[in-house]
Design a protein around this ligand. Structure first.
Ligand SMILES: [Zn+2]
Length: 145
């Protein structure tokens, strides 16, 4: 690890912290004595999403998040809660051990998370991702709440 200030390769670790699978090291340069941080992460395999039409794309939690944010408009679901939901969903996807996941499966996981937080936001989200065809689909879903 080169010192970012003077490029000296001789640095020592003065502090180390583990946080959410990430290791942060505080280092001190042996020459100019300036301190800097380094971060170490586990490399995560890229998840792929199989869309309804069979096409595949890289898993993008921001894209799903945008859908959730639309669904929770004017509802009491905080951004913090949404971030937590996204983490839960991604964790479940990774635990499933599959690299390619169906978009409907992801939609189902997100719905389940939303259902716990806010029923209205859940219905809105479900109506988009399940492509409710008519009002009877809605009624059926609402009945099951
Ligand atoms: Zn230095």
């Amino acid at each position: 690890m080169l010192c970012p200030y003077c490029q000296n390769p001789n640095t020592r670790v003065v502090d180390k912290r583990d946080n959410n699978g990430q290791t942060k090291r505080r280092r001190e340069c042996g020459k100019c004595e300036k301190r800097f941080n380094t971060f170490e992460n586990v490399e995560k395999a890229q998840l792929r999403v199989i869309k309804k039409d069979g096409r595949r794309e890289n898993f993008d939690s921001d894209k799903i998040k945008r859908g959730v944010i639309r669904a929770r408009e004017k509802r009491p679901v905080s951004t913090e809660t949404i971030d937590k939901m996204m983490m839960n969903v991604e964790e479940k996807l990774r635990k499933s051990g599959k690299k390619d996941v169906n978009s409907t499966f992801i939609g189902e996981l997100v719905s389940r998370e939303l259902k716990k937080e806010d029923k209205v936001a859940y219905i809105r989200f479900a109506s988009v991702y399940r492509e409710f065809e008519d009002i009877s689909d809605f009624k059926k879903e609402i009945k099951e709440l």
